[in-house]
Design a protein around this ligand. Structure first.
Ligand code: AMP
Ligand code: MG
Length: 442
C-alpha cells in the first residue's frame, strides 16, 4: 500500500538529484506507478532551457539565468536620510553658521567644519567634513545660523554610508531567482538591461475529442465546448511557458497523427488532453507508442490516473485525460514542476504543509488529491475543507481552491480533525476576512 505523505517526508530530506537517481527505471510503461516515481521519471528526461537576453522592461516574472554580482556600491555616496542640517557631530558650538544648501541630484561645493552647517535634503550627498545630519525638527533657525539640539547629534546619524544597501562585489541575486518586484528594482538600480533570463519553454496544447466545439459555438446534440485548451493555456502562462500553438482535433487517427508530428517538431513540450482511456476512439495512446518513447501511462492517483509521459528526442510529451479536473491536477503535480525545473527556477514546487481536516473525508483506493480551501485561523492553525463534490468533470471543484489535499488511500473515512498533507496552489485564506471588512461605511 502506498503512503504518499510518508514518501513525501522521506524525499524532502534528499537533494533533488538524489531523488532522481534513486528512481528505478520504468521498464513496463503500463505498470501503475506512484506519483513520486512518476515525477522522478519525468525529471530524468528534463533539460535546461538556454538563456536569452531580454530588455529589462520585458523581464518581469522571468527566471534569472546567472548569478548577479553587484557592480556598484549602493548608495554610491554617503547620503542623507532626513531633511535637516549636515554638521560635524561633536561640534560644541552653541550655534552654527549656515554655509549653503545641498539637495539631491548634484554635488554642491561645500565644506562643513566646526561652527558651520549645510541645509540638506533626503537622498542628497553629505558634504565633506560633515559627520551627521540633524533632522530639521531638532533645530531652531535664527537669521543665518542654526541652533541644534546637541543630544540629537551622534556621529553617522541619519547618513546612509556607501554600500550599506548593496556592497560592490556582493552576490545580489542567485541564478534561478524569479524576477518579481524587488528583483526588478535591484536590476534597474544596478543598470542591468538587457538581462539574461531562461528562454521560455515552447509549448503546444492539443485538445482531442469528436465532441468538442469552440467556446463561441453552440454545442449540437452530444457536443460540449473545449474547456481544457483554455484552462491549460492559463496554467502554462502562470508556470512561465510560451504557448506557441493551441488547437483542437477530432478522434481521427490520420488527423491526430499529422498534427502530433508537426507539434513535436516545433515544440519543447507537447500537451494533449483526452483520448488516453480504454475506448477504441482513445487514439493518443497508440499514436504515442508509434511516434515517441512512452515512459509511463498510469499513476496511482485520483483524479488523473491515465497520465502518459513520452519523449521524442528532446521533446517532452504529456498526454492528460480529458476530464477537466484530471487534466489540471496532472498539470499541477507533474508538468508545472517540470517546466519550472527546465527554466532553472530555484523554487520549482508549491509549498506543502500539514493541515487539519474540518470535516470527515472519504478516501478512495488511490492517493486522492481533493480540491480544497486551506485557511489559517486566529491561533495560526491550518484548517482544510474540500470544495464540495469531487467529480473529475467538475471544474467548479477547483474554482476558489487554494490546495490539493492529499488523502491517503484507505477504506475507513478520515474523521474531522485528522491531519493530512496539502499542496498549496494559491494564497492561504484567512478565517475571518468578512469580519474585518466594514461594508456599512460607518
Ligand atoms: P477522454 O479522456 O477523452 O475519455 O474524456 C473524458 C471526459 O472528458 C469526457 O467526458 C470528455 O467529453 C471530457 N473532455 C475531453 N476533452 C475535453 C475538453 N477539452 N474540455 C472539456 N471536456 C473534455
Ligand atoms: Mg475523448
Amino acid at each position: 500500500m502506498y503512503h504518499w505523505h510518508r514518501v513525501l517526508h522521506d524525499t524532502k530530506s534528499m537533494s533533488q538529484e538524489a531523488v532522481i537517481a534513486s528512481a528505478p527505471r520504468v521498464v513496463d510503461p503500463d505498470r501503475m506507478i506512484h506519483p513520486d516515481e512518476a515525477r522522478a521519471t519525468i525529471f530524468r528526461y528534463l533539460w535546461r532551457l538556454p538563456m536569452e537576453r531580454v530588455s529589462l522592461r520585458e523581464a518581469s516574472w522571468r527566471v534569472l539565468a546567472g548569478d548577479l554580482v553587484s557592480s556598484d556600491d549602493q548608495p554610491p555616496f554617503p547620503a542623507a536620510t532626513m531633511d535637516g542640517y549636515a554638521v560635524v557631530a561633536d561640534d560644541p558650538s552653541p550655534w552654527r553658521e549656515i554655509i549653503g544648501r545641498q539637495s539631491a541630484g548634484y554635488v554642491a561645493d561645500l565644506e562643513v567644519s566646526l561652527g558651520t552647517a549645510a541645509w540638506i535634503t533626503t537622498g542628497a550627498p553629505v558634504p565633506s567634513g560633515a559627520t551627521a545630519v540633524v533632522p530639521v525638527e531638532a533645530t531652531e533657525l535664527a537669521d543665518d545660523h542654526v541652533i541644534v539640539q546637541q543630544d540629537r547629534v551622534a556621529p553617522g546619524e541619519n547618513i546612509r554610508p556607501v554600500g550599506v544597501d548593496l556592497a560592490k562585489g556582493s552576490l545580489v541575486l542567485q541564478r534561478g531567482s524569479l524576477l518579481g518586484a524587488a528583483e526588478m528594482g535591484l536590476l534597474a538600480s544596478l543598470g542591468v538591461d538587457p538581462v539574461e533570463v531562461a528562454r521560455r519553454p515552447r509549448v503546444s496544447v492539443l485538445s482531442t475529442g469528436n465532441e468538442l466545439v469552440e467556446p463561441d459555438e453552440t454545442p449540437g446534440p452530444g457536443q460540449i465546448r473545449d474547456a481544457n485548451r483554455f484552462s491549460l493555456i492559463a496554467a502554462l502562462q502562470e508556470a512561465g511557458a510560451n504557448v506557441i500553438w493551441a488547437g483542437r482535433g477530432p478522434d481521427d487517427a490520420v488527423a491526430l497523427r499529422s498534427s502530433l508530428i508537426e507539434r513535436i517538431a516545433e515544440s519543447d513540450v507537447v500537451i494533449t488532453s483526452g483520448g488516453v482511456s480504454m475506448g477504441d476512439l482513445d487514439l493518443i495512446k497508440p499514436l504515442l507508442s508509434e511516434l515517441a518513447q512512452v515512459h509511463f501511462r498510469r499513476v496511482f492517483m485520483k483524479p488523473g490516473k491515465p497520465f502518459n509521459f513520452a519523449t521524442s528526442s528532446d521533446t517532452l510529451i504529456f498526454s492528460l485525460p480529458g476530464n477537466p479536473v484530471s487534466a489540471l491536477v496532472g498539470f499541477e503535480l507533474f508538468i508545472r514542476p517540470a517546466l519550472r525545473r527546465m527554466l532553472g527556477a530555484s523554487q520549482i514546487d508549491r509549498p506543502r504543509t500539514r493541515v487539519r481536516l474540518d470535516h470527515t473525508v472519504r478516501p478512495s483506493d488511490r492517493i486522492e488529491f481533493q480540491r480544497g480551501i486551506v485557511r489559517v485561523d486566529s491561533t495560526g492553525r491550518l484548517l482544510a475543507s474540500t470544495t464540495g463534490l469531487q467529480a473529475s468533470s467538475r471544474l467548479a471543484s477547483l474554482v476558489g481552491a487554494n490546495a490539493l489535499i492529499a488523502v491517503p488511500p484507505g477504506v475507513d473515512p478520515l474523521p474531522a480533525e485528522s491531519h493530512v498533507d496539502a499542496i498549496l496552489v494559491g494564497p492561504l485564506a484567512t478565517g475571518d476576512d468578512e469580519k474585518d471588512v466594514d461594508t456599512t461605511g460607518s
